[in-house]
Design a binder for this molecule. Structure first.
Ligand code: ME8
Length: 502
């Protein structure tokens, strides 16, 4: 097992407010970061998120509001930062591509590739192509069938200009070999196969990494050309290394987090898989930096048939959902309702169903009935451990092993949050069923003092184990359960999840 864990989210465009899709990746990364901190220690986990602030899209959005691009991004970035605080996101750093630390680093990386490659890695050429401005991508006439962008289906523009290119084609075979040798490099499997077939069936086009300043000046100036700025994707991908390291005077990258003994994981949506699984590893390889260990591309939240997206305007607000249903309910819903990797339909009805069934009925009920019994039978003092019957012993051992089971599920690069939560709920439900079968109120009536004590103590142990496993997913809930069931005494308070009546 790696000694260090470095996890990232995409850096989001600040052309509009964050929506549920953005919060999804960030909550997933937060859950993994919290989970890994529990096993590796806080000091061995680094969680990075941030914002992508250059490029045409941002410039246009700023123009629409009659603001300078810098004024505009300074305004919107606050919404992302505030949302992450509200959602309990425990990122260690937040990188903005307009920060000096990033700009200087990108220029250095370009300089290294330009000088070391001596025209073999970066070269200048005339470019004629079809360009999709919202996606910031050039397409060949075959790809942009009917003059429409194959990704977003909006019209493309014909463009002819002198640009700088990155000879990605030179690294195509290296990348294919790397993907074949490393089954966990691109996950889930379906995405790995998708990238492999793309790479094995098509010659890779060299990547255009500049934009002429006369067309777009909101970008990082190329160190070797006054007339160009860096293509926004080239600038953006580099955030993953600019935030955690630097080049030494010989051009070698040094980082505390991007090391041989660290596990480097990028979580992204499937919309940006190709940028991450093809261009990014090649950029790193050309810079003499090893590829990340895993690029996981999750599915999309849909509204009806369509992907939820800023440009379509069919978005739901994470702030509103968290205010309405609670931050932890929202976190739980996103990670439980749809298997990580697949698409899912977003609906408030589904949140309410999860809330009432899993949170109010199962978890909330187990905690509240345990607290009530401790108050009623023991005046609020947590009883001592006692001798359990066979069923009780089985539940105790399932609870004891729960953390190991959850860690085994999350330890595989498929990050199956849904199955991990299901496993936790199996134990919660075992305990609830045990209460119903044992009928502790009868034990009390029949004066079975020892049995009752052992029984209630078991429930406390189950809740403690569940609490530990739940913490990465629902940190505030876990903390509040810890506050309610202390080492020796309880502090009952209100039910955690009062039912929502429809
Ligand atoms: O692509 N469902 O930024 P972006 C699930 N700046 N996840 C979604 C989603 C949805 N409907 N919509 C967005 C960019 N996401 C670039 C990234 S990284 C070097 C540069 C999430 O603001 C998902 O993680 O368009 C997706 O990949 C990302 O937001 C795209 O965010």
């Amino acid at each position: 097992m790696a000694k260090k864990f470095y996890i990232t989210t995409p850096i989001y465009y600040v052309n509009a407010s964050p929506h549920i899709g953005h919060s999804y990746t960030t909550i997933a990364a937060d859950t993994l970061a919290r989970h890994m901190r529990a096993s590796l220690g806080d000091e061995n986990v680094w969680f990075l998120t941030g914002t992508d602030e250059h490029g045409q899209k941002i410039k246009r959005a700023a123009d629409d509001q009659s603001l300078s691009p810098q004024e505009f991004v300074d305004k919107v970035v606050v919404q992302f930062k505030d949302l992450w605080v509200k959602l309990g996101i425990s990122n260690n750093d937040f990188i903005r591509t307009t920060e000096d630390r990033h700009i200087v680093f990108v220029q250095k990386a370009l300089e290294i590739l330009y000088n070391d490659g001596k025209g073999d890695i970066i070269y200048k050429d005339n470019y004629e192509g079809l360009y999709c401005t919202p996606c910031e991508t050039f397409w060949t006439p075959m790809q942009a069938e009917g003059q429409l962008c194959p990704d977003c289906k909006r019209p493309v523009e014909k463009i002819s200009e002198v640009n700088y290119f990155f000879r990605t084609s030179k690294y195509q075979q290296w990348l294919i070999d790397h993907i074949r040798k490393n089954p966990f490099f691109i996950r889930p499997e379906v995405r790995r196969n998708e990238v492999l077939s793309f790479l094995t069936l098509n010659p890779l086009n060299d990547l255009c990494i500049s934009r002429p300043r006369e067309r777009l000046n909101w970008g990082i100036p190329l160190p070797f050309s006054q007339d160009h700025v860096a293509y926004v994707w080239f600038d953006a991908l580099i955030n993953y290394i600019s935030a955690v390291g630097a080049f030494d005077e010989k051009g070698n990258y040094r980082s505390a987090w991007w090391q041989d003994d660290s596990q480097v994981v990028h979580l992204v949506g499937k919309d940006i898989l190709r940028h991450h699984a093809v261009y990014w590893p090649i950029m790193l390889h050309a810079l003499g930096i090893r590829p990340p260990d895993t690029i996981f591309a999750h599915g999309w939240w849909l509204m009806g048939e369509n992907k939820m997206s800023k440009s379509r305007g069919n978005v739901a607000s994470p702030l509103e959902m968290a205010d309405k249903y609670g931050v932890d309910t929202y976190r739980y819903f996103l990670l439980r309702d749809v298997p990580f990797g697949l698409d899912g339909n977003f609906s408030e009805d589904a949140i309410i169903r999860r809330f009432n069934a899993d949170l109010a009925n199962d978890l909330g009920n187990l905690v509240f009935r345990t607290l009530t019994m401790i108050e009623k039978y023991y005046g609020g003092v947590v009883p001592e451990q006692g001798t359990l019957d066979e069923k009780g012993r089985y539940i105790a051992s399932e609870a004891k092993d729960l953390h190991e089971h959850v860690a085994a599920i999350l330890g595989v690069a498929d990050f199956d949050f849904g199955s991990a939560l299901e496993k936790i709920w199996e134990v919660i439900n075992l305990a609830n069923k045990y209460v119903e079968e044992t009928k502790p109120w009868n034990l009390a009536k029949e004066n079975k003092v020892k049995e009752l004590e052992a029984f209630i103590r078991l429930l406390v142990e189950v809740i403690r184990q569940v609490d530990i496993c739940l913490y990465p997913f629902m940190p505030r809930t876990a903390e509040s359960i810890r506050g309610q069931i202390g080492e020796k005494m309880i502090s009952k308070g209100n039910p955690l999840f009062p039912r929502i009546n429809l």
